[in-house]
Design a protein around this ligand. Structure first.
Ligand SMILES: Cc1ncc(C[n+]2csc(CCOP(=O)(O)OP(=O)(O)O)c2C)c(N)n1
Ligand SMILES: [Mg+2]
Length: 556
């Protein structure tokens, strides 16, 4: 017997652990039984069961987004992979490094097409960086090592491996290899740094747009120092799904939205857009208006080369790590700019004091508190959002899929650290309830607060069971407005139609409190605005998973 004689199933788990994976999110079927069998030999790998495959991938997605680490998850053959695709699309959108595996029928079935069989690779292919089926035991470790490397090399993203049962059950003397990470923390050449500094100094009215590579490259501090060095206003990219800048920096003026005329108006005062690791103006609903003002010059820095000059030409496009670039660029800029730059920064920072995020927040808080509706029932969603922000613990991680009810969340909640805020990104709803499970496991010393619309919650509500089973400190705040309010708003706006077919949760209404209790969570229904703060404080400071169903205004 060869020294390293090992089964495919055990090799699979050993290599995952060696790649730094600590949790395997999954939903088991017969084709996954070899893995379930082998888990007994690997008690240091935590299996996290989710009750549907779209949840499995969303949990893995949440774990990775809240830790920056590679995650792994496993689903069941063709129908399971099919269920997972919506969440895989979300992971592709955010470039989340996930190894998604699916059990596959034994190769011995040949062409006979047993139940549950289909060709898995082409199903996954459009949504992953690499998809492959293992056909020889010797290739299993090589494939896994390559998959981990591909997933983790920027631009990061999910990969897919199909695992036939015979490969998992086979035993042989195979080499498990070792882990490789490609170091991409590269900074531009001296010439390019010089040219960047010169171009920025030439601009009269520059603006910085920040995106997710600030989080991925851990550049929050460096980005704030860069902006403050020349008093440059900073806007968050149009999809505000992460803590992409320190909200309380004097330079931060808030986020772009996804209304083309608004974006065009917001950008038109500037003569240079400096994009840091972002797809700066990704839109949602079509409009005749182009969001990019004509003549606005752009320079773009980031490792995601697909985003560089994707839709609009860039005067300079630099493929480099955002943090490393800023570490070199800020001193170059300060040196080249000298006293003139320093004076300009001081003046600009003084101007920004009146219009930055912090100033706008102060005004917003005063308006919300002054509104009559504050005392009314159903609860005003803006009032709810403010109470949430004011009553959650300082170290809470906030997860946001609250659509219309939480429209002001990013204007009221400050981004203070890299992993403290995670929002729905791609638009594919049903992400946050399961993602919060992974986020909580990744940030296990921090309470998690998930603010989610009633409609979005119902896509993946059974993730509550996993949260309760693992006794996770998550508070789910369901914004219950009785239906798909955003879709109603749009039917009215785009089609002047107020006949809301298929958009109201009536006859019967959904009882979220009962649903949550049935899955083992402590749950309360809140209709009185005064009850909000004490309920949130209690839920977020006592152990275990909780659900607060807040009945909010849903009028269209
Ligand atoms: C996977 C998926 N299915 C359907 C939609 C379409 N959709 C977008 S928002 C929405 C309703 C969301 O309702 P809710 O979470 O209650 O938020 P509200 O609009 O009521 O604030 C729907 C159905 C989508 N974006 N993604
Ligand atoms: Mg709703």
């Amino acid at each position: 017997m060869a020294k390293n004689q090992i089964t495919g199933r055990s090799a699979f788990l050993s290599v995952l652990k060696d790649e730094g994976v600590t949790h395997l999110f999954g939903n088991p079927g017969t084709t996954e039984l070899p893995i379930m069998h082998a888990l007994a030999e690997h008690p240091d790998l935590t299996y996290v069961m989710a009750m549907q495959e779209s949840l499995v991938v969303a949990m893995a997605d949440g774990y990775s987004r809240a830790s920056g680490q590679l995650t792994a998850c496993n689903v069941h053959v063709a129908p399971g992979l099919g269920n997972a695709l919506g969440s895989l699309y979300n992971a592709k959108f955010t470039g989340t490094p996930i190894i998604l595996t699916a059990g596959q029928q034994e190769q011995g079935h040949g062409l006979t097409e047993p139940l549950l069989y289909d060709n898995l690779v082409p199903m996954a292919e459009p949504l992953v960086k690499w998809a492959i089926e293992v056909t020889r035991l010797e290739d299993l470790p090589r494939i896994m090592r390559r998959a981990a490397k591909v997933a983790m090399t920027p631009p990061t993203g999910p990969v897919f491996i199909s695992l036939p049962g015979d490969i998992l059950n086979m035993e042989g003397g195979i080499d498990l290899g070792s882990s490789t990470r490609v170091d991409t923390r590269v900074r531009p050449s001296d010439e390019v740094l010089e040219a960047l500094a010169a171009r920025i100094l030439k601009a009269e009215r520059p603006v910085i747009i920040v995106g997710d590579e600030i989080v991925k490259s851990d550049a929050l501090k460096e980005a704030a120092e860069f902006a403050e060095a020349f008093g440059c206003p900073v806007l968050q990219q149009s999809v505000s799904y992460g803590a992409h800048f320190l909200s309380e920096s004097p330079c931060y003026i808030g986020g772009l939205n996804r209304e083309q005329p608004d974006v065009r108006a917001a950008l038109s005062p500037y003569d240079l857009m400096i994009v840091l690791g972002a797809d700066p103006i990704r839109m949602s609903v079509w409009s005749e208006v182009d969001p990019m003002p004509p003549g606005l010059a752009m320079i773009q820095i980031g490792l995601n080369d697909w985003d560089l000059a994707k839709n609009y030409s860039a005067e300079m496009a630099v493929r480099a790590d955002v943090r490393e670039t800023l570490r070199a660029l800020t001193p170059a800029l300060v040196e080249k700019g000298g006293k003139a730059l320093k004076d300009r920064a001081e003046k600009s920072l003084a101007d920004l004091q009146e219009k930055n995020w912090t100033a706008k927040r102060k005004k917003l808080v005063a308006t919300i508190d002054a509104r009559e509706i504050v005392k009314g029932k159903p609860i005003d969603p803006d009032f709810m959002t403010l109470r949430i922000v004011e009553s959650i613990p300082k170290d809470a991680v906030v997860v946001n899929e609250s659509l219309t009810s939480g429209r002001l969340l990013n204007s009221l909640l400050a981004y203070r650290d890299r992993f403290g805020y995670h929002g729905l990104a791609s638009g594919g709803i049903g992400w946050s309830v399961p993602a919060s499970v992974g986020i909580s496991m990744a940030q296990k010393d921090r309470p998690v607060v998930c603010v989610v619309g009633d409609g979005s919650a119902m896509y993946s509500i059974q993730a509550l069971w996993t949260a309760a089973h693992h006794k996770l400190p998550i508070t789910y705040i369901i914004c219950n407005n009785g239906g798909y309010r955003i879709i109603k708003q749009r039917l009215k706006l785009f089609h002047k139609n107020e006949q809301f077919v298929g958009m109201d949760f009536v006859e019967p209404a959904v009882d979220f409190t009962a649903l949550a209790k049935s899955m083992g969570l402590e749950a309360h229904r809140i209709t009185d605005p005064a009850a909000l703060e004490p309920a949130i404080r209690k839920a977020t400071t006592t152990p275990g998973a909780k659900l607060l169903e807040v009945v909010v205004e849903g009028h269209v």
